[in-house]
Design a protein around this ligand. Structure first.
Ligand code: ADP
Ligand code: ADP
Length: 231
């Protein structure tokens, strides 16, 4: 099953002004259900721009983006927001967790945004997900009191709240030490293996990239000819 298909996607900033610059060129990308892919490339190569486009946070300037079978080109903002909520979980480095709320409340947040009122089922699912990421004893702790690695676990549990087919992770281990990096990566691989969630992870950590199924490298806004990470 195809989760994500990009065909000839381009992106320019400041279109129609003297500052217009093209930062993505003819991006073709196909992610299958269950793939765990690393997105790598030097600073300024377009990784964040591409992740924002795939996350339906920004629109391409050209080309096609098909998310879980839906051509996003014809969707208005409201439909895009709806599709984003259904299809994508985000694990970003600045994870936008609510530090004055408990881990459970943070994980309930996406469910609340879909359904309005908190109920026991949401709370139970949040607690189940926190147990899955190894935070059972911390479920009622304030996120602001947790370590960086624990906060990243909360962010992963929150990304899983609505059981999305695709998780986008922007340097999810960027500010963690080696041991925590390893633990967070293994947790994502576990989710990937057990739930067949597709992952696209931006990383500068080449050792982690080599442990992914696939490496997609951006150079100057283009996908570099593929390099094999295994076999
Ligand atoms: P990376 O994430 O790989 O560091 P980015 O996607 O952030 O790359 O940036 C790619 C290029 O696009 C860079 O040259 C950057 O300066 C430019 N860029 C990023 N965002 C904007 C913006 N909002 N307006 C204009 N140029 C931008
Ligand atoms: P830190 O940011 O403090 O390094 P991590 O959450 O990455 O925190 O965890 C560090 C270590 O603690 C890991 O080996 C992890 O397996 C262990 N750990 C984390 N949460 C729990 C938990 N709820 N119960 C037992 N061990 C845990």
């Amino acid at each position: 099953d195809t989760v994500l298909l990009l065909q000839q996607v381009c992106k320019s900033y400041a279109v129609g002004t003297p500052a217009e610059t093209q930062v993505l060129f003819d991006i073709d990308l196909h992610l299958q259900q269950g793939e765990f892919a690393a997105l790598i490339g030097p600073s300024g190569s377009g990784k964040s721009t591409l992740l924002n486009i795939i996350g339906l946070l920004d629109r391409p300037s050209g080309g096609q983006l098909i998310m879980t079978g839906q051509d996003t080109g014809n969707l208005d903002e409201a439909r895009l927001t709806q599709l984003r909520g259904q299809a994508i979980g985000f694990v970003f480095q600045s994870h936008y967790l609510l530090t004055a709320f408990s881990a459970t409340e943070n994980v309930m947040m996406p469910m609340l945004m879909q359904n309005g009122r908190p109920d026991d089922r949401m709370r139970e699912r949040a607690q189940y997900l926190l147990a899955e990421v190894g935070l059972k004893q911390w479920q009622d702790s304030l996120v602001g009191n947790m370590s960086g690695g624990q906060q990243q676990r909360v962010a992963i549990a929150r990304a899983l709240a609505l059981n999305p087919p695709l998780i986008l992770a922007d340097e999810p281990t960027g500010n963690l030490d080696t041991k925590s990096t390893d633990a967070i990566f293994e947790l994502m691989r576990k989710v990937n293996a057990e739930q067949h969630t597709t992952f696209l992870m931006v990383t500068h950590n080449m050792e982690l990239a080599e442990r992914c199924d696939r490496t997609i490298e951006l150079v100057d806004g283009r996908i570099a000819p593929s390099i094999s990470t295994s076999t």
